[in-house]
Every structure is written in structure tokens, then in C-alpha cells.
Design a protein around this ligand. Sequence first.
Ligand SMILES: Cc1cc2nc3c(=O)[nH]c(=O)nc-3n(C[C@H](O)[C@H](O)[C@H](O)COP(=O)(O)O)c2cc1C
Length: 356
Amino acid sequence: MKPDKLFTPFKIKDFTLNNRIGVAPMTRMSSSADSIPRQDVFDFLVRRAKNGASIVYTEAIVTDYESAQGYPGQARMLTQPQIDAWKPVVEKIQKAGAIAIMQMFHCGRMAWPEVNPANRSIAPSTITPKQNNPLTGEPYPVPEAMSRFDIEHVIAGFVETAKGAVEAGFDGIEIHGAHGYLINQFLSSYSNKRSDGYGGSVKNRYRFAHEVIQAVQKVIPEDRLLIVRISNWAIADMEVSLFGSKEEYQEIIRRFSGEPIDAISVSTYEYHQKAFGTDKNMAQLTREVTELPVMICGGIYDRASGEEALKDADIVLSGKSLLLNPNWVEDVRAGKVLSRYKSKDADIAYTSEPLP
Ligand SMILES: Cc1cc2nc3c(=O)[nH]c(=O)nc-3n(C[C@H](O)[C@H](O)[C@H](O)COP(=O)(O)O)c2cc1C
């Protein structure tokens, strides 16, 4: 049998990955008031590295103490104790042969104000998501439109969090520009109705992402990775296409490609689903306009789907399969018949029950 592409090495900047399989970022909501995840959550990440994943992502780390937090129990990487808590985790992931990447996010209008120390919800414009907060069942609050001060303050939060990740020893940092959170809210004309330099044309809507990337890149040493995650779907507006057209999506990808980043991570519901009324999937549409390595995620659950996804991408990320099956990488290697997990199966991630 032809060797699987899934188990061939991949070089990204100065790192050589053992295979093309990574653990997707997954929020666990396990932190207490100290914003440090529970030990079993750390152990879970280390175990996935030991069991063969070549990339291990953290959950989305909240970038400030003001308005960035979207869910209870999220973690931060802003204080020395928070950084110190992650250091041994990163070391163990690296020792197991994988690279550790910290994902960071600001939730923007997807805020749950009670869990934000400053009780604020801020966004590009005063528009709430269509659907209720899935965790509370309540409508999201109407966000305040971000002032120039807010924009600079939020960018500073991304920068400080990136510094924390560098200090903790992470190999890479990902800016979460997907799933309808703050950066995505700026990119999409659906949630960005601003009339200043941050709204209107794609170039203007892209400006906030550009400023975040540029500011973060300055504090990351040359030997670390900088990655951006993007999607055309949003948590609380499932049915909405965040980008108006294929052309608009590709213009945004071209702009990301002009940034000092090392890969683009594309998040989908279904990796093979055709997008924007074309006969191409999201990975193909991304590939068409960028030379950067492409990661793809969404509905990859066995060897066949992993191999198929790799036709259009360099790396596959798995969420639910790697969350719930500790032996997933080996099962994929063995070509085992695997079943696909449902979203509700993953709800255990948010409980205090340790995962295998
Ligand atoms: C429990 C859980 C938490 C998640 N948290 C995040 C997150 O913090 N950041 C992120 O970008 N995506 C998050 N996701 C989405 C996953 O990274 C992934 O894109 C999604 O699960 C689809 O991949 P899958 O079909 O392999 O599960 C989460 C998914 C799950 C199941």
C-alpha cells in the first residue's frame, strides 16, 4: 500500500513535524478565578502528544481582563503564575515530539458579560448575534461599538498574551480569526457596519486583523510560528455566510498571505463541503490564493477522511475525535473502522470529568 500522506513528515519553518495530524484548539472551561486550567486538562494535552499528534493546540486563551472572555472558566496567559502553570505542559508536549501552539482570542460581541471582570461587551458595531447564547439560552447583550481606545487596548491584550506564550516556551501562537469572534466580526460585513477606517471595504475591515498580526509579530522571536485561524461559519450564527462571496474570502486570504505568518488554519463544519456556490471546498479556495501551509479541520474522523482532506491541505486538525479517543492517531494509522462523534458527545469537554 502507498504510504499514507498523513504519516509523512512536514516541514514548517524550522520545525519538522512527525506527521500531519494536530489536536485542534478546544476550550474546556476548567479554570478557576486564577485563569489556569485544571491539571487533568493539561494532562490531556500532554497525553495527546505522547499518543502521536504532532501539533497540540491549547484552548482559546483569553487576551485581557476586560472584555475578551466569552465563556466561564476560560484561561489567560498574562500573569507569572499563569505562565508558570503552562511551562511544564509545553515542555512535556515538546519532549513527546510534538509542537505546542497557543491559540488566543477575544470574543467580541459573543460575550457573556457576567464572566468578564469589567462586565463589558464590545464589538466593531452595535449588532448582536441572531441566535441566543447556546450556554445560557439568553440573547447576547447589545455590544458597545469599539472606540479607538478600545481597539488599541484590545490589541495590547493580544500582544501581552503572545508575550506570555513566548515566556511559557510555546513553539507557536495562533490568532483566532474564526468562528464569529472579534477578529472575524471585523472581517465580516455582516457584523461590521463601521464607517471609519475599520469598516466598509475589505481593506478597511481587514485593518484590525492586520494591526493585531503586526503588533503580535513584533514580540515573537524569529524561531516561533505565527498562525491565523479563519472560518466562514460562526458559533451563534450558524446559517450565516460570514464572507459575501468567494472573491471576498479570497481577497482576505491574499491579505493574510502578505503578513508575516507561517500558516493559515481553515476551520469548517465539513472539510469537503463546497463553498460559496462553487465546486471547490474551503481548503481548495484557500490554496488557490496562498503559498502558505494550509491546515484543515472539520469532520475528519478516520484515515480515509484524513487522506482525502490532505489532497487540499498540508495538515489536518481533529477536534472531537482527538478529544474523545486517546488512541485516535494510532487507530488512524492502523486504518481502523472509526465512528464519527456528534457535537453533543463533546459536551463532556466542559464537565469536570477527566478525559481518557
Ligand atoms: C469542546 C470543543 C471546544 C472547542 N473550542 C475551540 C476553541 O477554543 N477554539 C477554536 O478555534 N475552535 C474550537 N473548537 C472547534 C474545533 O477546533 C474544531 O474546529 C471543530 O471541533 C471541528 O472539528 P471536528 O469535526 O474534528 O470536531 C472546539 C470544539 C470542541 C468540540
